[in-house]
Write a protein that binds this ligand. Structure first.
Ligand code: NAD
Ligand code: UFG
Length: 336
């Protein structure tokens, strides 16, 4: 039996494939390469000494997905494939809804046809919206403020309804907080197209001299130093949560949403200072106005992950930043 990993050549997917291969699992990857390249597969093979099966296909293409399920004996799916740029989602919302929502529905339909009813879905802390106070707990009301967040929330509704309609489904929706870091080998890491939107890739590209200066979006929040606080989670810890989730599917019918975070908050300036300390690089920054849609503080309550999956984060901020820096400094232009 194999695990199907959609979006497996991307940032979180490639780190998860490493952990799965090292655990001895057979892995089939489907990715349309819209935001990744097969170079990550070569690196994954270099790290693990093992091969996975790669199929270039779009999850929206039901014919292609049927062939995948026909040709491979799939036991469970880890579904990373999706578009994730918040700003872009406000400009081309239909594309986001089609890819993330219709694409997931198409995948679930094909899974139903082949009687594969186990799936782990990549959700996001963005589904908690703006009105809940951290620590964020899975039972809090959900909402979304942009099409990307809406697409994650809509898929969660689809998954809850599907599980309610058919008790054979086992579904875990992992709500990631802020994934950062890279594999300790320095061979795979986050490789954003164009100017990064997220803090860590931006900081590391400033540190390596690719970008001139960081803009710190607001220093007047009610936080430790006025800058935004987030729950950063090492991508390898996040990858390992997926391995635990796949195991848990067997004994957990229905649909369960689970936070994947550390439970700790770190401010933008704390990140910048730690990055300077670890890299020895200069990180020029200027304080800019708040970014629309940002909130002061977001961090998880991560008890359910421990109680249900037996998972907790093992890597601290020093590892997250040291590993980000190793990846960035050894691959200043990403995989190119
Ligand atoms: P990524 O862009 O590196 O990986 C996503 C992969 O999916 C890419 O390789 C892309 O080519 C592929 N893909 C997109 N649409 C596809 C389609 N229709 N068919 C086949 N492949 C398709 O992003 P990531 O950071 O690894 O994120 C993985 C998942 O986790 C995404 O669903 C994302 O929304 C979610 N997530 C990410 C973060 C984060 O900060 N990175 C936070 C919360 C949730
Ligand atoms: N920030 C800056 N300058 C930058 C980029 C970010 O000061 O150039 C600040 C932001 O204002 C925020 C913090 O750094 O306070 C983190 O910002 P990110 O953009 O890295 O992350 P967000 O918390 O805004 O959002 C991310 C993903 C979302 C996801 C969310 C929760 O982009 O898609 O984490 O998982 F939903």
């Amino acid at each position: 039996m194999s695990l199907l990993i959609t979006g497996g050549t991307g940032y979180i997917g490639s780190h998860t494939v490493v952990e799965l291969l090292e655990q001895g699992d057979d892995v089939v990857i489907v990715d349309n390469l819209v935001n990744s390249s097969t170079k990550s597969l070569d690196r994954v093979e270099q790290i693990t000494g093992k091969k996975s099966v790669f199929i270039e296909a779009d999850i929206c293409d039901k014919g292609a997905m049927r062939r995948v399920f026909n040709d491979h004996n799939i036991s469970s799916v880890i579904h990373f494939a999706g578009l994730k740029a918040v700003g872009e989602s406000t400009q081309i919302p239909l594309h986001y809804y089609h890819n993330n929502v219709s694409g997931t529905v198409a995948l679930l339909e094909v899974m139903t046809e082949f009687n594969v009813k186990n799936i782990v879905f990549s959700s996001s802390a963005t589904v908690y919206g703006e009105n809940n106070v951290s620590p964020l707990v899975e039972t809090m009301p959900t909402s979304a403020t942009n099409p990307y967040g809406q697409s994650k929330l809509m898929v969660e509704h689809v998954l809850f309804d599907l599980a309610k309609s058919d008790p054979e489904w086992s579904i875990i929706s992992l709500r990631y907080f802020n994934p950062i870091g890279a594999h300790k080998s320095g061979l795979i890491g986050e490789n954003p197209n164009g100017i990064p939107n997220n803090l860590l890739p931006f900081v590391s590209q400033v540190a390596v001299g690719r970008l001139k200066e960081l803009q710190v979006f607001g220093d007047d929040y009610d936080t430790v130093d006025g800058t935004g606080v987030r729950d950063y989670i090492h991508v390898v810890d996040l990858a390992k949560a997926h391995l635990k989730a796949v195991i848990a599917l067997d004994k957990l019918p229905g649909c369960t949403a689970i936070n994947i975070g550390t439970g700790n908050g770190t401010s933008v300036l704390q990140i910048v200072n730690k990055f300077k300390e670890i890299s020895g690089a200069d990180i020029p920054y200027k304080i800019s106005p708040r970014r629309p849609g940002d909130i002061a503080t977001v961090f998880a309550q991560a008890n359910i992950a421990y109680d249900v999956l037996g998972w907790q984060a093992e890597r601290g901020l020093d590892d997250m930043i040291a590993d980000t820096w190793r990846w960035q400094s050894e691959n200043p232009n990403g995989f190119d």
